[in-house]
Design a protein. Structure first.
Lengths: 191, 191
DNA sequence: CAGCATACGGAAGGGTCATTCCGCTTGTCA
DNA sequence: TGACAAGCGGAATGACCCTTCCGTATGCTG
């Protein structure tokens, strides 16, 4: 789509870009989407101008991180879909596995729970995620272990709730996201 | 706790207080907690100063509304706890009933999903809510219809997720909070 | 190593709101 | 009805943050 050939970044610029991404990941994970650009810049050891050189807006930075994260989740779930064994166990364990890297990250919980724009940006990973989730569910359904009317959207709703439960847990509420997920997913079981 | 006898409000002040509460309820329901004081004042047909005369901060206004809402929820669940019939059906139906008035209100969804302070303010309603929920659950457990290890906190986690699902649904996500709740609560059933 | 495009830092700009302040208005009570 | 406390409106204040701008520094190429 770019009209000009992108010449490679200068060495220092490439280095800084990585530092900014790392710093942003840390800041967003701790503080949530409210993390400030100035704080991210400080953590990265650069000026705010440099952050903006690499990411035109805060949203773009969030989107870049979200995109990478969803791709990672898709990897996890695709790997799960290839696993052998009891279909229900594999399904539930895989969803739990994919939730773990999200649960510790405040911003990702916010995004999963409800930040549509950033999810759009991660559309590609989202599609893979949906497909792999569907595969896992299909196997469980064929094995008669999951309600026939269960859909990927049901799982997405449960994961949306999960994001909030994990956030509340981090904020100190007496909640346990693993227990929440186990229970909610159990609602999808065949009786 | 007040050191002076509170003399009754002047008639116009009492009227304005109600207008502010109504306007705030509407604005928060539509816009969520981001609703602006100036907008609330405009809806109420008063100046912002008047809003602040009655509620010292925005948080206090939110807390007043939350308090009333939780008291209302407690009423619903207490009424449910008095209902006759199949214990599981009563439990599930009552939770759904109590969720309905929340689902249509953006700010309440945000609060339930994760706005600790406002919930503190509603501590009284919260306690009644917990007690009544516990009663409903006990009945279902004694009837052998609910997992013995299910706790009120499990229901609270599910409701926390519900707030977010309802918010996402309002924001246009393909989710259905009633379906979500039915499924998640089903995870609490005895097998 | 000179020249220059690329990249950097961080102060300044500007938008969005919550909250305050004070001169004016209006119930209330004698 | 007069006097005054209670209440009101809304402009001004100030905090918070994203984003822009531009003078300076630095990697790269010949």
């Amino acid at each position: 789509m770019s009209t000009t050939v992108d010449r490679p970044l200068r060495a220092d610029a490439r280095r800084n870009r990585e530092k900014v991404l790392d710093a942003a990941r840390g800041a967003f994970a701790e503080t949530g989407l409210h993390a400030q650009i100035e704080d991210i810049a400080r953590r990265a050891g650069v000026g705010v101008g440099t952050v903006y050189r690499h990411f035109p807006t805060k949203d773009a930075l969030v989107a870049a991180l979200a995109e990478a994260h969803f791709a990672h989740l898709a990897d996890i779930v695709e790997a799960g879909a290839r696993r052998e064994g009891d279909a229900w166990e594999v399904f539930a364990a895989t969803i739990l596995d994919s939730a773990a890297p999200t649960a510790g990250d405040a911003a990702l919980c916010e995004i999963i729970a409800g930040h549509p724009q950033a999810i759009e940006a991660a559309a590609l990973g989202q599609e893979r995620l949906k497909a792999a989730t569907g595969a896992l569910m299909g196997a469980a359904q064929r094995a008669g272990q999951m309600r026939d009317d269960a859909t990927v959207q049901d799982v997405q709703a449960i994961m949306c709730g999960f994001g909030q439960v994990a956030a509340a847990q981090r904020a100190g509420a007496q909640m346990d996201w693993q227990r929440y997920l186990t229970i909610a997913l159990d609602g999808l079981r065949a009786r």
